[in-house]
Design a protein around this ligand. Structure first.
Ligand SMILES: Cc1nn(C)cc1-c1nc2c(-c3cnn(Cc4ccccc4)c3)c(Cl)cnc2[nH]1
Length: 289
């Protein structure tokens, strides 16, 4: 049963609440079922009291709703609607059947190259879609990626996304690992940056999928210094093709980073993502079924 896409007045009584699925900085997520349609979703609950008034977090929530409500892409977690009561804000989100990607990454330590390449190809597709709408995600990291029931990835948590270009200084808390040089360098004129920040983060994500830790992971001070110099070493077990892609994304000058179209055509991606088709063709030509 599809969730009616027409905006309607949602309220809590319309849902049966199931088990808790997880908790984040500002709130918790529960499995939920919409009573009339039986539709399964994830209900994210945030307490208004936890969102300090006028600290810009409210604006961030409003921006998250406005941005994510208008996005429709297979690798972006859908926000079907939202509502609030006196104390809480509720987000009706797509339920991702296989949960948080970072838990899979920690469990497997690192992903095999074919799996990492498929995830990066899906991320590049989602980012192309976002950038065409002039949305910068700004917070690409395994913790913000969920996995659908067929193993497809779903970018989520648009709390940090903004419309490009952006000239505001982001008050950041949480990991520095994914920040591009232009977002931490104070020397940057009026701290302006654009969609290319997501290209840097895609490079960090590729590295973390293949190595199991972030390229600049260190003490906060050292991390910032290493980011500013793009000072990382890529272990020898990483294939030359994957190494090539990482080095073409983790480039200090935003304008010299590999564009998303070229990421999708990169030999490492093509080798692992159209393999199915090419292997199928090979089998066909060799007569095997
Ligand atoms: C956990 C889990 N195990 N399995 C098998 C599926 C899931 C699952 N989790 C989700 C989740 C989910 C849960 N926690 N979080 C992290 C979080 C929590 C609060 C605020 C911001 C971010 C996301 C969602 Cl949104 C959407 N779908 C989800 N599916």
């Amino acid at each position: 049963a599809a969730v009616p896409s027409t905006p309607k007045q949602w309220h809590l009584g319309m849902f049966e609440i199931g088990r808790p699925l997880g908790k984040g900085k500002f709130g918790r997520v529960y499995l939920a079922r919409e009573r009339s349609s039986g539709f399964i979703c994830a209900l994210k609950v945030q307490y208004k009291s936890e969102l300090q008034h006028g600290s810009g977090v409210e604006k961030q929530v409003r921006r998250e709703i406005e941005i994510q409500s208008n996005l429709r892409h297979p690798n972006i977690l859908k926000l079907y609607g939202h509502f609030h009561d006196s104390k809480r804000i509720f987000f009706i989100l797509e339920f991702a059947g296989k949960g948080e990607l970072y838990k899979h990454l920690r469990r497997e330590n690192r992903f095999p190259e074919w799996k990492a390449a498929q995830y990066i190809a899906q991320m590049a597709s989602a980012l192309r879609y976002l950038h065409r709408k002039h949305v910068i995600h700004r917070d690409i990291k395994p913790e913000n990626i969920l996995m659908g029931i067929h193993g497809e990835i779903k970018l989520s948590d648009f709390g940090w996304s903004v419309h490009a270009p952006n000239h505001r200084r982001a008050t950041l808390c949480g990991t520095l690992d994914y920040l591009p040089p232009e977002m931490i360098k104070s020397g940057n004129k009026d701290n302006s940056y654009d969609e290319k920040v997501d290209l840097w983060s895609l490079g960090v994500l590729t590295y973390e999928f293949l190595v199991g830790e972030a390229p600049f992971e260190d003490t906060p001070v050292m991390t910032q210094r290493r980011i500013a110099r793009a000072d990382m070493t890529i272990p020898s077990f990483v294939s030359p093709e994957a190494r090539d892609l990482i080095k073409k994304l983790l480039v200090l000058d935003p304008n010299k980073r590999l564009p998303l179209e070229s990421v999708q055509q990169h030999p490492w991606i093509l080798k692992h993502c159209v393999k199915g088709e090419r292997a199928a063709n090979r089998e066909k030509s060799s007569g095997r079924d």
